[in-house]
Write a protein that binds this ligand. Structure first.
Ligand code: NAP
Length: 301
């Protein structure tokens, strides 16, 4: 389901600058290569090891550790680094951006992205914040693959007044990657993702941590009998620690709100178990089963 059409790709850029070339950046680079979306991909990362790997994988035409040099001459810049790096990167790239360039990002929280990046960008540069909701627990340039985004949603959160042409070009890029694109406010995005993605990761990190702290025999049996549900949590809890640290620090309010609700609901279940209130447990489990069916029906399973 690529965006390539008869007569060429659905959207074209002259030079795409990717700041960060890990799971998401390298997957996007593979889409750009596959569909011929840009003749030049410039890549920036902090380490030469990452840049060398990107070269070897054939997903970078030029590489640099200098963000400003990377964006020079680019008509599209995509920030694909952990959220905590956004402010410093935005400041660094600002003087190198050409007028009319589009800057977008893939970060998992959007209010902070707008606050950290928006004010640094010069007049005449368009900022279209985005979040492709697709991922795995793996990181780095080798972990990427062009099909990562297929059939998934990409949420764009352009602030009011953003140039519609720039929004459409970013949307077309993600559609090329096989994504369904929707637009919403950054605040709404952050609340929705707090419950659908951020809280589940926090729970997974917690439960795997709790199991790890068990002593002796119980601990070794956690691995042995992990198929009983625990295994699925360990996959989520293997996600990149830096990326997820930054998600929680940067979507703090929405995560704390959802965590408070979750804690209340958990306490209610705890009480039901203590007092043997089976009807409460059964009622709750029956309601949640329907959610799973909805996800399967929406082909997001
Ligand atoms: P990743 O695999 O860990 O890759 C991060 C990349 O950024 C690496 O190439 C790293 O290379 C580079 N980098 C880190 N700090 C940098 C800096 N200050 N300047 C320049 N380059 C820097 O991470 P990812 O999973 O692709 O995540 C990237 C972004 O996508 C995050 O904002 C995350 O919230 C978002 N996202 C992730 C997922 C997911 O499931 N993983 C899904 C959707 C969105 P060096 O170490 O060599 O610098």
């Amino acid at each position: 389901m690529s965006g390539e059409r008869e007569g060429g790709p659905a959207v074209r850029f002259e030079r795409i600058a990717l700041i960060g070339i890990g799971l998401i950046g390298s997957s996007l680079a593979r889409v750009v290569r596959r569909d011929g979306i840009a003749p030049h991909i410039a890549v920036c990362a902090r380490t030469h090891a990452t840049l060398d790997t990107a070269h070897e994988l054939g997903i970078a035409d030029t590489t640099t550790t200098d963000p400003r040099a990377c964006v020079e001459g680019a008509d599209l810049v995509v920030l694909c680094t952990p959220l905590g790096s956004y402010g410093a990167i935005a400041e660094a790239i600002a003087p190198g951006l050409r007028p009319g360039a589009i800057v977008t990002d893939v970060g998992s929280a959007k209010v902070c992205a707008i606050a950290d990046v928006g004010p640094c960008l010069p007049e005449g540069v368009h900022f279209v914040p985005g979040h492709p909701i697709a991922g795995t627990e793996h990181s780095g340039p080798e972990a990427g693959f062009a099909e990562l985004f297929e059939g998934r949603y990409c949420l764009l959160t352009p602030p009011p007044g953003t140039d519609p042409g720039a929004i459409e070009r970013v949307a077309a890029l993600w559609r090329s990657a096989g994504m369904m694109v929707e637009t919403m406010s950054a605040a709404h995005h952050d609340r929705v993702l707090a419950i659908t993605s951020h809280l589940p990761h926090l729970i997974a990190y917690t439960i795997v941590g709790t199991a790890t702290d068990l002593a002796g025999e119980a601990r070794s049996e956690v691995i042995k009998f992990s198929a009983g549900g625990f295994r699925d949590f360990t996959r989520i809890a293997a996600s990149d620690p830096v990326m997820w640290r930054d998600v929680f620090l940067n979507n703090r309010d929405a995560v704390l709100e959802m965590l408070a609700r979750f804690t209340e609901d958990l306490t209610a279940l705890q009480r039901a178990i203590r007092w043997g209130e089976g009807d409460i447990l059964e009622d709750r489990f029956a309601r949640t089963r329907a959610i799973r069916r909805g996800i399967v029906d929406a082909k997001q399973a």
